[in-house]
Design a protein around this ligand. Structure first.
Ligand code: GDP
Length: 397
């Protein structure tokens, strides 16, 4: 396989935190192609960039991971310059709308591009006619589309993209996630000794369903008096969740740990909990949805049983009754009964944990997932775009 020069343009990249950020970073680390990333600035990006084996160019076209009106021109110029200077074979856009730059460079320069989507953008733009049309146009001209799950692939198909053009590259788990002892420092700091620790680790946004778990706590505490709900992460929902814990009378059993500082601390948190739960739900009005849910696999690699909201692409990350329990994220009753069931049934818990660990370790390795992405890139780069009469016939079909 000849190495291709690949440009990845994304607004979601470390040291920013989140699923997309770690997805792109790990694919870049494992890819056999020569990857250059065009990403936004973060306060501590220099230290991060210096450690990476691939090149990162930072630009001021995004603010808080959203593109600014003035950022479009800058992004276009930077992408064009990088493509020319580095003889880029193909560019991947890590969000459908920024693929508009790819569309322009394709129409006016014949440059190949792919769009990578995590589902949320597909849903968000469906309801706004002008964005829907733009999305369709960008997807139609793209040489390929990468999706994080079958669920997202189906959303892309709804825009009329043929399945043959869509390639699924699931998020993976970083190899360092492993089963360890509970971390004594965290146990001490948050008073977790002899507690049954249920944990959610995520940004504090509505979609993640922390509020439903808090509302399930009174019922859980009746059956498991030593239960605590450890919320790791930060975000706009924090205050509302704190108030909710008060009004449900469970403020002493809900712990807000704040944001985990880095990968090592995340690892310690996973290993310090007894059960990982995230009741993610589909927020239909906002078009907000979980495209996959990598945290469930991270928890599985640390040997923790998982309870997951059955929404979006989560049923691909967690197989119901095989690698965890899927629950109705809008049902407090379902949440409490599943937690209690896992707490009480040792045989069930061990079976799920064992299967989940093996699956996460074998099917979600970044080295394997990057090889899927690499093959798609090679295949698309080596394919000659139809030109002239044959192209016109194809376009008119
Ligand atoms: P998404 O961000 O909504 O796409 O959620 P995912 O579940 O797909 O991915 C979240 C990723 O961010 C996982 O790899 C988590 O380990 C990571 N993450 C979540 N919360 C924190 C945090 O507080 N600190 C750090 N360092 N990483 C976090």
């Amino acid at each position: 396989m000849r190495k291709k020069n690949v440009l990845l343009v994304t607004g979601n990249f470390p040291p920013g935190i989140g699923g997309m950020q770690s997805y792109y970073h790990n694919l870049c680390l494992e890819s056999k192609h020569q990857i250059t990333v065009l990403a936004p600035h973060y306060p501590d990006d220099e230290a991060f960039d210096a450690k990476q084996p691939y090149d990162i160019i930072r630009g001021r076209f995004f603010q808080n991971e959203s593109i600014q009106p003035s950022g479009w021109g800058r992004m276009f110029r930077m992408a064009k310059k990088t493509i020319e200077e580095r003889s880029i074979d193909i560019t991947i856009y890590g969000y459908v709308l920024i693929g508009f730059v790819g569309w322009l460079l394709s129409v006016f320069g014949g440059h190949k591009y792919m769009v990578s989507t995590h589902g949320k953008d597909m849903l968000e733009f469906k309801k706004i006619p002008v964005l829907r049309t733009l999305t369709k146009m960008i997807l139609k001209r793209a040489d390929g589309v990468l999706t994080n799950s079958e669920y997202t692939r189906n959303l892309v198909e709804e825009y009329g993209v043929p399945r043959s053009k869509i390639h699924i590259v699931n998020p993976g788990v970083e190899e360092h996630f492993e089963i360890r002892e509970k971390d004594p420092v965290l146990v001490e700091r948050f008073g977790l000794k002899d507690k049954f620790v249920m944990m959610t680790l995520s940004r504090l946004v509505r979609r993640k369903g922390h509020d439903m778990v808090i509302q399930a706590m009174p019922e859980i505490l009746k059956q498991i008096p030593e239960a605590v709900y450890l919320i790791v992460g930060d975000g706009p929902e924090k205050e509302r969740l704190q108030q909710l814990a008060q009004s449900c009378g469970v403020q002493n059993a809900v712990i807000f740990a704040g944001r985990a500082s880095d990968g090592e601390e995340i690892h310690k948190f996973y290993n310090t909990c007894d059960l990982f739960i995230m009741a993610s739900r589909h927020l239909k009005v906002k078009g907000d949805v979980e495209g996959f849910g990598i945290v469930f696999l991270e928890a599985s690699c640390c040997g923790k049983p998982v309870v997951a909201g059955n929404s979006g692409g989560i049923a691909e990350a967690v197989l119901h009754n095989e690698t965890g329990l899927l629950i109705d994220p809008n049902s407090v009753e379902d949440i409490s009964s599943s937690v209690i069931k896992l707490y009480k049934d040792d045989e069930l818990r061990e079976r799920l944990v064992d299967r989940a660990y093996k699956r996460a370790k074998s099917e979600f390795k970044y080295s394997y997932l990057a090889s899927i992405m690499d093959s798609c890139i090679s295949m698309i780069c080596d394919k000659v775009r139809p030109t002239g009469r044959s192209a016109k016939v194809k376009e008119s079909k």
